[in-house]
Unconditional design. Structure first.
Length: 72
């Protein structure tokens, strides 16, 4: 579950896949914002700065390597 705004960050060596189950997730990038609704997914490629924002409680399945450092 996510709620609120996280810090801007990037993962140098890993991609992340976000799948929204419930709610709405905004993924901010430096040049745009992607809005994800239930049933939608987004891959954030390694090295890309991003900032997840969930204005309401949002359920997300996050697929990432076990070794990833969690910053947001």
């Amino acid at each position: 579950k996510l709620e609120g705004e996280f810090v801007w960050h990037a993962h140098a060596d890993q991609d992340e896949l976000f799948y929204v189950v419930k709610g709405k997730l905004e993924m901010q990038f430096r040049d745009r914002t992607e809005v994800l609704l239930p049933g939608q997914l987004l891959v954030v490629p390694r090295g890309v700065e991003h900032c997840p924002v969930a204005d309401e409680e949002t359920w997300v399945l996050l697929f990432e390597p076990h070794s990833i450092d969690h910053t947001g």
